[in-house]
Design a protein around this ligand. Structure first.
Ligand code: SF4
Ligand code: FES
Length: 247
């Protein structure tokens, strides 16, 4: 396939950026999207030009580091991570526009790389849970009802990629936050600090500059792990309960 790429190039977080056009003449439909960018970078390096900076690590849909805005969609046209997207999702002759996540709390570091440490600070604000560590506890020492274990496990699949924020017109991180709050809030081990956790995490969310949720639902549509929208209801429920309890 021949494709044209329009890629956001920006030298650092303080200087302005611009879209730059590149042409690739021999793209296989079996390439992953990131392999296609690797080929572009090999060409740029051979030509003595600066390669395009982008993040990736596992390339298996696990680490959450590879998010890109592709033709205006977070992670591109499929419900998957950018690293699991393949060029067979595109046609010969296509023009593909590639941008970094666009959200104030995720400042661009360089080209397509953004700083997502706001997510780490939200997790840190959640604090700890009061369970003993050390030797593995006996199996079933803490009984967990099956439906709660299943729900906690489903939402624990959130990989912190940030697509929900990038897709949301409000730049809200409510889906990410709802997944984390629901994960621990379902489990008996997560009850002791449940009120404090939600108050502190929502406070950090707002401090970082993420917007509020207005039930648009773009977040869940863009989420590669299909985190459902109702985790945001759970988040609001827990927050109101914590406020009622005087936190
Ligand atoms: S909720 Fe989904 S889109 Fe948001 S950070 Fe988690 S995995 Fe990514
Ligand atoms: S590189 Fe790890 S999820 Fe894509």
């Amino acid at each position: 396939m021949r494709i044209t790429l329009k890629i956001w190039r920006q030298p650092n977080s303080t200087e302005p950026g611009a879209m730059v056009d590149y042409a690739l003449d021999d793209v296989s439909e079996d390439m992953s999207f990131l392999e296609m960018l690797d080929v572009l970078n090999e060409q740029l390096i051979s030509a003595g030009e600066e390669p395009v900076a982008f993040d990736s690590d596992c390339r298996e849909g696990i680490c959450g580091s590879c998010g890109l805005m592709i033709n205006g969609q977070a992670h591109g046209p499929e419900v998957t991570t950018t690293c699991q997207l393949h060029m067979r999702s595109f046609q010969d002759g296509d023009e593909i526009v590639i941008e970094p996540w666009r959200a104030d709390p995720f400042p661009v570091l360089k080209d397509l790389m953004v700083d997502r440490r706001a997510f780490d600070r939200m997790i840190a604000a959640g604090g700890y849970i009061s369970v003993n560590t050390g030797a593995a506890p006996d199996a079933h020492a803490v009984p967990v009802p099956k439906e709660k274990a299943d729900r906690a496990f489903d939402v624990a699949t959130c990989i912190g990629c940030g697509a929900c924020v990038a897709a949301c017109p409000n730049g809200s991180a409510s889906l990410f936050l709802g997944a984390k709050i629901t994960h621990l809030g379902e489990l008996p081990q997560g009850q002791a600090e449940r009120d404090l956790r939600v108050v502190n995490m929502v406070g950090q969310h707002d401090l970082e500059g993420f917007g509020g949720c207005t039930n648009i639902g773009e977040c869940t549509a863009a989420c590669p792990k299909e985190i459902p929208l109702d985790v945001i209801s759970r988040l609001n429920w827990d927050l109101h309960a914590a406020l009622r309890h005087g936190h």
